[in-house]
Design a protein around this ligand. Structure first.
Ligand code: PLP
Length: 404
């Protein structure tokens, strides 16, 4: 098991590279990947890292090095995956309301493609007919995921082709002689209940018979990790067993052995990453004490955007007396990371660590308030490597054209 990085080690990283800084632990990513391999070893399963969670090129290269495939949500992510050295057959591009020209580029690059609209499916069929295998992203009308913002498979979701339009899909497939090899769904993020995946399998098996060239059932991502001690997580061992049972049954019944694909994002990189920030100021207000830190929603928006909970550790004073704080950012917005949180006594200058920040942390960062994006560090084989330097003023001006 990958040992958690010690407080002393994280403090040294902060001292060497400054704050705020994202720190990723390579061996933890590998450990998570191996958990998946282990849980699904008896089924015909492939994993594609949903790289929207974190695309630092070193992380992508590492993911490739450990043998995992990659799932992309934009053509630029596909380009980054190729740059990282992934073979085209190990790259999946799952589209979502994109232009047909991006799909054409993906086809030229030779990667796997899931199409999520009837209009793009028809264009693809007209242009490529039976020559290029393609997947269909469906909306299974399943309500799942941690909250509505991260729930993508329900009746009002923009994602995928609604299941009730399957007749129209079949008409397009037949008319344009499409070669459908993959049916895809992604019902949401932070799915605790294995039955949600079972329901997804059931929905896709129900229509699989209409696609004689089908090879793959892609169930998307969404495995839940623990955000705080005692949190319920997806039981991947149970899911592994269920997948084996269901797909063995399908093979017996229809004489076809289908492959299963998953697209885990958070599961691979969430716990491997943390954000270290320094306390700028303490403000004792009548209702609470604010600990104002040197980061904000521009660097880590998940708590404000999704209401996500992140454990915060004061690594400068871990044994200090327990007190309550509101941990807030330095952005000119209400960017509250934690409210009335009991933490070890905070002093100005202390280092706080936000846990579970590897996924959708840096990736969603911006330069709002003209603040610099933070640095990123990858810890591998016990050594800390700077993998992205902190912005400098030139980065803020880089693409601007001064005409005044
Ligand atoms: N696949 C697709 C199509 C997604 O949209 C997402 C997340 O938004 C994922 C996979 C990864 O989800 P998670 O990070 O919850 O595993």
């Amino acid at each position: 098991m990958a040992e958690q990085l010690s407080n002393e080690f994280l403090s040294e990283v902060a001292n060497e590279f400054g704050t705020p800084v994202y720190v990723y632990h390579a061996e933890k990513i590998k450990e998570q990947y191996h958990k998946l391999l282990d849980a699904f070893k008896h089924s015909n399963t492939r994993f594609f890292y949903a790289c929207k969670a974190l695309t630092n090129i070193n992380v992508l290269k590492y993911i490739k090095e450990i043998g995992c495939n990659i799932d992309c949500s934009s053509i630029n992510e596909v380009m980054l995956a190729l740059h990282a050295g992934f073979a085209k057959e190990n790259i999946l591009y799952t589209s979502n309301n994109i232009s047909f020209s991006e799909i054409e580029t993906a086809q030229q690059l030779g990667v796997n493609i899931n199409i999520d609209s009837i209009s793009n499916l028809e264009k693809f069929g007209k242009k490529f007919g039976h020559t290029y295998p393609v997947g269909i992203r469906l909306r299974p009308n399943i309500m799942a995921g941690g909250n509505l913002k991260i729930s993508t498979g329900h009746r009002d979701s923009k994602f995928g082709i609604p299941l009730e339009q399957i007749d129209e899909v079949l008409r397009v497939v037949k008319k344009t002689n499409l070669r459908i090899t993959d049916l895809h769904i992604h019902t949401g993020s932070e799915i605790k209940d294995v039955e949600v995946f079972a329901k997804g399998i059931e929905v896709l098996f129900d229509i699989a018979q209409y696609f004689p060239e089908l090879e793959i059932i892609d169930l998307g991502g969404g495995f839940k990790v623990a955000y705080k001690p005692g949190d319920e997580v997806t039981d991947i061992e149970l899911l592994g067993k269920k997948v084996k049972e269901e797909f063995d049954f399908f093979e017996k019944k229809f004489g076809r052995r289908l492959q299963v694909w998953f697209e885990p994002g958070k599961f691979l990189v969430s716990e491997a990453g943390c954000l270290i920030t320094k306390v700028n100021v303490l403000k004792a207000a009548p209702t609470t004490t604010f600990a104002g830190v040197d980061t904000g929603l521009n660097h880590f928006i998940r708590p404000m955007f999704y209401g996500s909970y992140h454990v915060i550790d004061n690594i400068s004073n871990p044994d200090g007396e327990k007190k309550k704080y509101n941990v807030v950012g330095n952005i000119c917005e209400t960017d509250t990371f934690a409210e009335h949180r009991t933490l070890s006594e905070i002093r100005e200058g202390d280092l706080l660590v936000f846990r579970n920040a590897g996924a959708y942390g840096f990736e969603m960062a911006s330069n709002y308030n003209s603040r610099f994006k933070p640095a990123e560090v990858l810890v591998k084989d016990g050594k800390a490597h700077l993998i992205r330097r902190r912005d400098v003023l030139d980065d803020l001006l880089k693409n601007q054209i001064e005409i005044v």
